[in-house]
Every structure is written in C-alpha cells, then in structure tokens.
Write a protein that binds this ligand. Structure first.
Ligand SMILES: Cc1ncc(COP(=O)(O)O)c(C=O)c1O
Length: 392
C-alpha cells in the first residue's frame, strides 16, 4: 500500500481486529420500538435508550408530521441567522416548564451541547474537574477547552475534593447524572454542598436521567431546581427517553444569554430540524400529562432486577434503566451478545475504548413497554448463555 494514510489506517484496523474490538453497524428496518426488525427478523430490543417508548409514539409522530406540513423539513440556517422557529421556541418553553428552570436553549446534539459548555464557559485560569466515567463527549469537550482538566475517581467525593485543590478563577465540577455505561447516579446535592465549591458551578449531563429519574422524570436534579439560579447547569438530550434527537442546556438566564453569544457549537451549526423539535415538545407534554409513566418504567426495572437476582446474575448496582452485566473480556462478551441475538434478543455488548479493558459488559436497557414475559425470557436466555460461555 503506497498511501501513508491508508497504510496507517490499515495498521489501526488490524490492531482493532486482533483485540476483538471491531464494531459492526447493524441496520434496523423500521421503527425504534420494543420489537425491532433487522434483516427480516424480529428481535426483542433491550439495547435502546428510548426508555419511555416515545420514539414511535403516535402523538410524537403526529406532531412531527404536522410540523413538516407547516414549515417543511430543514431549519435552513443556524439559530442566530434565520433557523430558529416558533417550534424551537415552544420546545425551549416546554423544557423550562418541565425542568422548572429559568431558561433553556436547544442544541443540535448532546455532543455539541457538552462541547459548547466546556469550551465556552472555561478558559486558561479555570479548572474543570470531572468523574473518570463521564461520557466521552465531556472528556473530549474538556480536552478542547483551554482550562486545566482533572479527573476524580468514579463517584468518590474524597478524590473530587483532592482534585479541587489549588488556585483557579473558576472551579467547575462536571458529572454525568446517570452514568451511560454503568447506570449508577451521581449525588449532585452532595457536590453542591461541598465547601470547596461554594459559589462554583456544577454541570450535570443528564442524558440518561431525563425521563427516568425523579418522580416526574425531570431527571437527577429534579429536586434541585432552585440551584439553577446560580450554580447548577444541566445538559440533557432529546434523543433518549424523549424519543427525538438533539439536546438542551438549562440554567440561569444570564448563562443562556452568554452561551447564545459565545458558544461556537451553537452558533456555527444548522438548527435542529423543526419537526424533531415539535416531536420532542409533544414527548415532554405527554410525559407531563402521563404521571404514571416513570413509575411504570421503574416497575419494569425492579422486576428485571428481581428476575436477575433469582437467576444469580450479578448486575452492577443501578437503579436506572441501564442495567449492566459485567462480563470481562471482549470475546466472551461478544459470544454472549451473539447467543442472545440468535435467541431473538438485541442487547448491546460494550467493549473498550468505551469501557476499560477487562470491563466488557452487556448493557441491558429496560423500557416502559417491555412486558414481564419479555423480561423473564431475556433473563432465562442470559442465564442459559452464561452457562455456555466461560465468564471471568
Ligand atoms: C451521557 C451522554 N452524554 C451525551 C451524549 C451525546 O448526546 P447526543 O447523542 O445527542 O450527541 C450521550 C449519548 O449519545 C450520552 O450518553
């Protein structure tokens, strides 16, 4: 091979193959739902972040279709040029109401929202301290920011306090609300109460907490909305429990005003398609009306955990919709996921670099509309597969 680029890539690919870490793109045919179609087969889906089954909900689809009829498909420009429509504005109002936040702004994706937060708000004299297991978008965002960047041991307050030492203009703590590959939760109230952090910002990526945590599904920070006025900043995505796509940042009006002025990942990208904003607004309105949905999801989560305990499956500790089963090595994890697939279940196999070496896992996600029978069948299938595959 003569091209230096292609030979460099070929080397990297060969290494990925050797490590059993090659990822495969699976093409779904039709809607994201409890039952999904892939290559003519129907699978029970335990791999989706559509925790409330809103992606294919009739009211959400109807709102998106009505928006297309009214205003076409694309936003046509970035928000500050001419892309911001009444549909985006209505979404921001619905989110602010739902979260009880002073103000909300919408982003085209969670990756961009995180990038916007950490690169816009913090500069050289500042310190960003984040949990070791934060989502990759936060790690990347801190790297792209000019601030100093440190990481503390997962959920370890003493380690966080240690990392906060030193003189900086601003010291910001950044954490996932619900950790995307582990399913456990940060104790945000405890972080806000740390003396080292009085007056300092706490940023929570609640991509997997919105629609799932809190009594109303308003997320990990549901009970902390009074903190929005000064210190709390919440990023959430619209593409998970809310069944749409895109993301938002909630915070004080001054914070949002500054982000609109200075956040390059907001300014230099096309606004979210209005139809997606309309669908997300309908999803939020549904969730605000359907007060039993969050409890139904948690009933399913608790039922799955009970069945898993009876079958002696040792799950990682999690009260969220993400229920990981630690496997260990790449090939065992892939063999388990493949065996489940052959039995009609789609479960994500998570390998490095998403998780640490030796910590490969099945990432089982529970949704509101899974039936008890489907959950029981999944647990039996996992138990049967585990006895075929030697797991560390
Ligand atoms: C915790 C977390 N933050 C941020 C993101 C990025 O969001 P988006 O998919 O909207 O870019 C994701 C997932 O994609 C996530 O799991």
């Amino acid at each position: 091979m003569n091209s230096p680029l292609l030979s460099h890539l070929a080397e990297k690919m060969a290494q990925r193959h050797e490590q059993h870490r090659i990822r495969q793109l699976i093409t779904r045919d039709g809607a994201q739902d409890v039952l999904v179609r892939v290559a003519g087969e129907t699978l029970i889906n335990f791999s989706s972040n559509d925790y409330l089954n809103l992606a294919n909900h009739p009211l959400v689809k109807e709102a998106a279709v009505a928006s297309v009829q009214r205003e076409g498909l694309g936003a046509g420009a970035s928000h500050l040029i001419s892309g911001h429509s009444t549909t985006h504005a209505a979404l921001e109002v619905a989110l602010a109401e739902f979260l009880d936040a002073p103000q909300v702004m919408v982003f085209s994706s969670g990756y961009l929202a995180n990038l916007a937060l950490l690169t816009t708000l913090f500069e050289k004299p500042d310190l960003i301290v984040q949990d070791k297991l934060n989502h990759a978008s936060l790690i990347d965002a801190a790297r792209f920011s000019n601030a100093q960047h440190r990481r503390y041991r997962h959920l370890d307050v003493a380690s966080l306090q240690q990392q906060l030492k030193g003189n900086f203009r601003i010291k910001a703590v950044v954490t996932d609300g619900v950790f995307s590959m582990d399913g456990d939760c940060a104790n945000v109230a405890e972080y806000l109460a740390l003396p080292e952090l009085s007056q300092q910002p706490v940023i929570v990526d609640d991509a997997h907490g919105i629609g799932v945590m809190g009594k109303r599904g308003a997320g990990t920070c549901e009970a902390l909305s009074h903190e929005f006025r000064e210190r709390l900043i919440v990023m959430g995505t619209l593409g998970k429990a809310l069944g749409a796509a895109g993301a938002f940042v909630a915070g004080s009006t001054d914070l949002i005003a500054a982000l609109q002025q200075f956040a390059r990942p907001y300014i230099y990208t096309t606004a979210l398609a209005p139809a997606v904003a309309a669908g997300a607004t309908a999803a939020i309105r549904c969730l605000m009306r359907e007060t039993g949905w969050v409890a139904q999801l948690h009933d399913n989560i608790a039922y799955f955990k009970r069945c898993a305990a009876q079958a002696d499956l040792s799950l990682l500790p999690s009260n969220s919709a993400i229920q990981p089963l630690l496997v260990g090595g790449e090939s065992e994890c892939m063999a388990l996921a493949k065996g489940l697939w052959q039995n009609g279940f789609w479960v994500g196999a998570i390998r490095p670099p998403t998780v640490a070496a030796g910590a490969c896992r099945l990432r089982i996600t529970i949704t509101r509309e899974h039936s008890r029978a489907q959950i029981e069948r999944l647990v039996s299938a996992i138990a049967a597969q585990m006895s075929n595959v030697s797991v560390e």
